[in-house]
Design a protein around this ligand. Structure first.
Ligand code: AMP
Ligand code: MG
Length: 403
């Protein structure tokens, strides 16, 4: 009886399966100083109006509106952080600096370059209209309005807005704990001399970098030999603490591929295995309770591509954040590309604007072992499975290159 091969699932199907099980891990509160790059877990509302009081947009004088040519007595000062002691009376001016509170009775500011300053008085040289150079209370934020939505990544602008809105601490998604495991007897640690048949473990540091960039807290990466018992022990240890285990290599069906049977033994339930993707066909995804396990192919480019397509959206979803999207998610092929009859291809491409079009050029040889094809690449371009060639000029979908 001939063995029926497992059917390959599409990239989209695989991603749906990942999305169905990757849900936010939980919430914690962190001080603003520790919140950079974290994902906001709850909508953040302004505690008060911002600015909290009407203030000056210029260095000058708080005055009443009126024509040019008025002589006004300077009766006080309002500096940022130190409001004037008294209100403004008729024919008076109060010196004011940018950010200074508008004194009671004043409804405009005349910039200092528009006055002749004398001894205790000023002569206005321009007409002043009601509201001139005043920043209104709540112009930036109104008390109670939502300033940041759950799922926002707290970059510089978001942190600035959160602080202005009155937050001293924010509720953020717990970061996923990730364990990267590299399988292979041939693997040597970075910088170690190579014996016969050995190579350096590129995937370990690459996958840690990729996961960390997605907000994961990565345990030190570990290597597992091609041995069934050791593989099982290593995976069991990882599953004790990690929310996500990313294991590279050893997931195919060769005599030295122990990952799948070890995971089955450990009660990790398979969600999918093998995707119609080149590079990246032997990709495995499973779960044990809330723990997620990705078995990525050993070839470094395959590992990066499958991380980008499947692990990256999972790490985003575990933090309640939308997956990254490209501003321009399409490009036009600059050169013809031979298609794979059975699998979509994820090409590493360079992007260039030409005549207003985004052109995608394959970034050198595309073999799954060619790590250098990742260098200088701008995106992944998806070439759908099919016969023959995709002609130059064909529009293809782009995916962000994982970094
Ligand atoms: P495997 O998926 O274990 O069959 O490995 C496929 C190919 O990827 C083999 O040529 C391995 O030597 C290579 N490979 C596996 N793991 C790594 C790694 N961590 N770094 C670099 N190459 C690897
Ligand atoms: Mg191997």
């Amino acid at each position: 009886m001939s063995r029926v091969p497992d059917p390959l699932i599409t990239i989209a199907e695989a991603r749906e399966l990942v999305a169905a099980v990757a849900t936010p891990l939980g919430v914690e509160t962190v001080a603003i100083a520790d919140a950079r790059d974290r994902v906001l877990a709850e909508d953040l509302r302004a505690a008060g109006d911002v600015p909290p009081f009407p203030c000056s947009a210029m260095d000058g004088y708080a005055v009443a509106p009126g024509p040019a040519g008025r002589t006004l007595e300077v009766v006080g000062e309002s500096r940022a952080g130190a409001p004037a002691a008294q209100p403004l009376g008729p024919d008076e001016a109060i010196r004011i600096s940018t950010g200074g509170a508008i004194p009671a009775g004043a409804t405009a500011v005349i910039p200092q370059e528009n006055v002749d300053a004398g001894n205790g008085s000023i002569l206005t040289r321009s007409q002043v209209e009601e509201g001139d150079h005043i920043r209104g209370r709540g112009e930036d934020m109104r008390a109670g309005t939502t300033v940041l939505h759950a799922g926002s990544v707290l970059g510089a602008a978001e942190l600035g807005a959160a602080v202005a809105a009155g937050a001293g601490a924010v509720s953020v998604a717990r970061r996923p704990r990730v364990q990267v495991l590299s399988t292979g007897d041939e693997l040597k640690a970075p910088g170690e001399p190579l014996g016969p048949g050995e190579i350096h473990n590129s995937n370990g540091p690459m996958l840690v970098a990729l996961a960390a960039h997605q907000g994961a807290v990565c345990a030190p990466p570990a290597r597992l030999p091609d041995d069934r018992a050791a593989t099982e022990a290593g995976l069991a240890r990882a599953l004790e603490t990690a929310d996500v285990v990313i294991v590279s290599g050893g997931v195919s069906v060769g005599p030295h591929d122990h990952v799948k049977p070890a995971l089955a033994e450990l009660g990790v339930e398979q969600v999918f295995w093998r995707v119609a993707l080149q590079p990246g066909k032997p990709t495995w995804f499973g779960r044990r309770g809330t723990r997620l396990v990705f078995g990525l192919p050993g070839n470094p480019v395959s590992a990066v591509v499958t991380f980008g397509l499947f692990v990256r959206p999972a790490l985003a979803a575990l933090q309640g954040r939308a997956a990254e999207r490209l501003l321009v998610p399409e490009a036009v092929l600059a050169t013809p590309v031979r298609r794979n009859p059975d699998r979509d291809q994820a090409l590493r491409v360079r992007l260039e604007r030409q005549d207003g079009m985004l052109m995608a050029t394959p970034n050198g040889p595309q073999g799954s072992h060619i790590v250098t094809s990742l260098l200088g690449a701008d995106a992944l371009a998806l070439v759908p499975a099919g016969e023959g060639e995709l002609e130059a000029g064909t529009t293809v979908t782009l995916e962000p290159l994982p970094r």
